[in-house]
Design a protein around this ligand. Structure first.
Ligand code: NAD
Length: 261
């Protein structure tokens, strides 16, 4: 389903937080557009003042009713976002965590050589931040809800140049399963979305990324690269009641690439 063809307000009355919009190529932006097209109300965060000028017009485009900074490495910012949501909305229906970071030299090196500080930063921003968001979202999801994070196939297989991020994504996917088990009795569902490669700013930090794109297009059964809208629409489906008994998934949106050698 392409975004312009979305007519049904299937998520009308649902409110959610989207973290990870940096620009109009961000996967989080594809999610914001899709969730808004389906009628959801959004809270959107931006990393810092430098990012604000790029994110603000996008937040306005989807009529985000909450717009505030969130750098997950800064103490207090997590809490401020969830306190504001509680004060303004009183509850939360979905959360999309679409962020990852590894220092350039850490990401470029072998897993075997990874320095402790680079490892901890990678895990902190790319993995623990999702667990903390789930922790803060849980009391607001009084009527259940859904939590999403973005992962990549490099968690399952050795993908050249993905290096320590593959280790972080493997931990993230495991956290999804544990949290799905822990939060399921409260009607809170937890998923990792695993898109095929997309030319975003985060991806530009991965050496030889163009080759990864070319290989995905050449080898995926669909013979096509995914778009951020493809990711947004599929994620929105999982947030809908139609998917109420689906949880703990690693959902590949990759034209079937993961299924072939
Ligand atoms: P992007 O650069 O548009 O988004 C990355 C986001 O992470 C940015 O908004 C950035 O501000 C945010 N971020 C980094 N450090 C942060 C911090 N300390 N606090 C808060 N936010 C922080 O790139 P993207 O490709 O849209 O990445 C989104 C997610 O999708 C990431 O988890 C990435 O690993 C994952 N992913 C990307 C691809 C791809 O090919 N691009 C494929 C699969 C999964």
């Amino acid at each position: 389903m392409s975004l312009p063809s979305v007519k049904a307000k299937l998520l009308e009355g649902r409110r959610g937080l989207i973290v990870g919009v940096a620009n109009d190529q961000s996967i989080a932006w594809g999610c914001a557009r899709a969730f808004r097209a389906f009628g959801a109300e959004l809270a959107i965060t931006y990393l810092n003042d430098k990012a604000k000028k790029f994110v603000e017009p996008l937040a306005q485009q989807v009529e985000a009713s909450i717009f505030m900074p969130l750098d997950v490495s800064l103490p207090g910012q997590f809490e401020a976002v969830f306190e504001r949501i509680e004060a303004e909305w009183g509850s939360l229906d979905f959360l999309i965590h679409s962020i990852a970071f590894s220092p350039r030299d850490t990401l470029a090196g072998r897993v075997t050589d990874v320095p402790r500080d680079g490892f901890l930063t990678t895990m902190d921003i790319s993995c623990w931040s999702f667990m903390r968001m789930a922790h803060l979202a849980e009391p607001l999801m009084k009527n259940g809800g859904s939590l999403f994070t973005m992962t990549y196939y490099g968690s399952q297989k050795v993908v050249e140049n993905y290096n320590i991020m593959g280790v972080a994504k493997a931990a993230l996917e495991s956290a999804v399963r544990y949290m799905a088990a822990e939060l399921g009795p409260k009607g809170i569902r937890v998923h990792a979305i695993s898109p095929g490669p997309l030319a975003t700013r985060a991806a530009s930090g991965i050496p030889e990324f163009d080759e990864l794109l070319a290989k995905a297009e050449r080898k995926s059964p669909a013979r096509e690269l995914v778009s951020i809208d493809d990711v947004g629409v599929a994620t929105a489906f999982l947030a809908h009641d139609a998917a109420r008994l689906i949880t703990g998934q690693i959902l590949y949106i990759d034209g079937g690439y993961h299924a072939v050698d």
